[in-house]
Design a protein around this ligand. Structure first.
Ligand code: GMT
Length: 376
């Protein structure tokens, strides 16, 4: 199939899912065209099956806001015609589903029929899309998609609760490429640079937005390090980072916390981590938790959104109510206090992650693509 993938090219989860999905589809022989405003971060190699088309938005002083949706929908029209693309898969409803629908209509006007699959990732529904200024357009473009998918049952329920959706929503969870991890686990590992042998390594990776409850992470770690030798790896960047650094100084643990910023060494950091913290206010799925589990790292998370669908309580880690810092710290210590318990949780975390291997998930998307093309 010839497929256009529209996504955000950033470090965020939806961009990562879209890019990895496109690369695996290309690996399976499909022709993939990424259409976005910058080359996606995980899209290093382009080849005959992987194309990238940049959406340019020329600056014009009259516009207070540059019209990205217009540029994107025009680019979609041009690329669909040029490469005879058969299907558009847009990730993140805002504004991609809206721009995709406009492209569909323009193409229809020229006698070209093309189906659109929209994948809802979470914040496009729970945080941004639900805002009254966007809601009518988001509802409209979801309903006008040929196929809609969401990354968890929880997000599907939430979408149906918040919006007047007339389409069936197909749940296709986030995934992980376990073969890649097996290969990368042979790379050299620099654990000793980060922590002493006797120290446990606790890790958090995110975009440091408020929804991640960054202060909770610091407070949980503060309690952990009071009981056992430990280091905290904070990977990523975002609006809450500076406050987190201040909190570490206030609590006197700045020498035990390493802030990496956005890193390309995520796999390496996870490969020597002992525990992953994700106490988010809400998380439609929690791809970062799955990535940790794939590296055999157990997860302490909140129980909100789709997190219970990936982190199994008492098996791959533990879940607590949002904000229950004491409970999360206690559970962390249960896992970290002795080697045998940690080893058991490590093993179970990996076996849960195996359920989300790309090999199991990709055929679900392919089946929907075939359905959409056949019905269009
Ligand atoms: O919150 C993030 O980490 C980024 C965000 C995004 O919009 O890309 O991630 C969302 O999509 C991911 C991929 O489907 C999910 O795994 C994340 O749980 C989801 N984030 C939230 O729901 C807060």
């Amino acid at each position: 199939m010839k497929i256009a993938i529209v996504c955000y090219p950033t470090f965020g989860g939806s961009g990562v899912v879209a890019t990895e999905l496109g690369l695996e589809l290309a690996h399976r022989g499909h022709e993939i065209h990424f259409i976005t405003y910058r080359q996606p971060v995980r899209l290093a190699l382009l080849n005959s099956n992987v194309h990238y088309h940049e959406v340019n938005v020329p600056e014009y002083p009259l516009f207070h806001y540059q019209p990205y949706e217009l540029a994107l929908s025009s680019k979609l029209v041009d690329m669909v015609k040029l490469y005879k693309i058969e299907l558009m898969h847009v990730h993140y409803a805002i504004p991609h589903a809206y721009a995709g629908y406009m492209a569909k209509q323009m193409l229809k006007n020229e006698g070209i029929k093309i189906p659109m699959v929209t994948t809802l990732h979470g914040t496009d529904i729970t945080l941004v899309g639900n805002h009254p200024v966007y809601k009518p357009a988001v509802t409209f473009s979801i309903n006008k998609s040929d196929i809609v998918t969401s990354v968890s049952q929880s997000l599907k329920d939430e979408t149906n609760k918040l919006f007047n959706i007339k389409k069936e929503i197909n749940v296709i969870p986030n995934f992980i490429e376990l073969d890649k991890i097996r290969n990368e686990s042979q790379i050299s590992c620099h654990r000793s640079v980060m922590a002493k042998k006797e120290e446990r390594i606790v890790t958090h990776i995110s975009n440091f937005r408020r929804v991640k409850r960054i202060p909770d992470i610091i407070k949980i770690f503060y309690k952990i390090q009071q009981k056992i030798p430990a280091k905290l790896m904070m990977v990523g960047d975002g609006p809450e980072k500076a406050k987190a650094e201040e909190l570490c100084i206030e609590l006197g643990i700045e020498d035990k916390v390493i802030f990496f910023g956005n890193s390309n060494e995520i796999d390496q950091i996870l490969s020597y981590s002992d525990l992953f913290l994700l106490p988010s206010e809400t998380e439609s799925f929690g791809l970062a938790a799955l990535e940790a589990m794939a590296w055999s790292v157990p997860v302490i998370s909140s129980n909100s959104g789709g997190l219970p669908e990936v982190n199994f309580d008492g098996i791959s880690g533990y879940l607590s109510n949002v904000g229950d810092v004491d409970g999360m710290a206690e559970n962390a210590l249960k896992i970290l206090s002795d080697d045998a318990t940690l080893a058991k949780f490590r093993e179970s975390a990996l076996s849960v992650a195996q359920q989300f291997d790309i090999k199991n998930i990709l055929p679900l998307y392919e089946a929907l693509y075939h359905k959409a093309i056949n019905n269009s």
